[in-house]
Write a protein that binds this ligand. Structure first.
Ligand code: ZN
Length: 199
C-alpha cells in the first residue's frame, strides 16, 4: 500500500467498506429507483480517510455520468477542494475506460474498487467495460496497466486478503454484495424503460 501509509490494509479496507455501505449505497438505492445503473464512487482524504464526497451513477441525465465521472463533476463543483494528490478515489466497480481516463486526467495517483470488470459482466449483466476495452483498445480482460506512471490501483478484495482480520472483512463484503445483487435485479428489470445508449 503506497498511497496511504498511515493505514494498514485492514484499516483501509474496513474504511472503504464503511463508505460503500453508509455513503454510496444509500445514494445508489435512490439512483436505481430513478432508473440509473448500480455504480457509485467516493473521494476520501489520504490523511485520515474522511469523506470528501460520494456520488452515484446518473446516466438517465447524461450517459457520461458514470458513478466515477459524476463524482468528479460534483467534486469540481465544490467551492474549496483538496488537491487530488492528497485524495483516495474509491469506485464500487472497476472503472471503465472512460472513467480510468477521467481519474487519470483529474490527477489522482490511486484508485480502489470493490467489484471487478468480470463481476460487472457476469454478476451485473453489464458487459460494456470489457467489450469496449476489446473493441476499441484490442485489450483482453485484465490487460490494462493496473500500476503505471499515473496511478496504482487495487481491488478491495486484495486488501482484504492481506488483512489479519480477513474473515470479518469478508463477511462484511458478502453483505455488501447481497445489497448490490438486489439493486442489480431492480435495474435489470427496469432497464427496458430507460434510453441509456449502453444500458
Ligand atoms: Zn465508467
Amino acid at each position: 500500500m503506497t498511497t496511504s501509509p498511515a493505514f494498514a490494509p485492514s484499516g483501509l479496507a474496513a474504511r472503504l467498506l464503511d463508505v460503500i455501505e453508509n455513503d454510496i449505497l444509500p445514494l445508489t438505492e435512490k439512483g436505481v429507483a430513478a432508473g440509473n445503473k448500480v455504480f457509485g464512487a467516493a473521494i476520501l482524504r489520504k490523511s485520515d480517510l474522511s469523506l470528501v464526497l460520494a456520488e452515484t451513477n446518473n446516466e438517465t441525465e447524461n450517459p457520461l455520468w458514470h458513478g466515477e465521472v459524476h463524482t468528479l463533476k460534483r467534486f469540481y463543483e465544490m467551492g474549496e477542494r483538496p488537491d487530488t494528490k492528497d485524495l483516495v478515489f474509491l469506485s464500487t466497480h472497476e472503472p471503465c475506460s472512460m472513467c480510468l481516463s477521467a481519474i487519470t486526467w483529474a490527477g489522482f495517483d490511486n484508485f480502489y474498487y470493490f467489484f471487478s470488470h468480470e463481476d460487472s459482466r457476469d454478476a451485473f449483466s453489464i458487459p460494456h467495460d470489457l467489450k469496449i476495452l476489446k473493441e476499441v483498445f484490442k485489450l483482453e480482460p485484465g490487460q490494462y496497466a493496473r500500476k503505471n506512471a499515473y496511478w496504482v490501483s487495487d481491488a478491495i478484495a486484495a486488501l482484504i486478503a492481506d488483512a489479519p482480520d480477513r474473515e470479518r472483512l469478508q463477511a462484511r463484503a458478502e453483505a455488501i454484495r447481497a445489497r448490490y445483487a438486489a439493486l442489480s435485479d431492480s435495474y435489470q428489470s427496469s432497464k427496458g424503460d430507460n434510453d441509456i445508449p449502453l444500458n
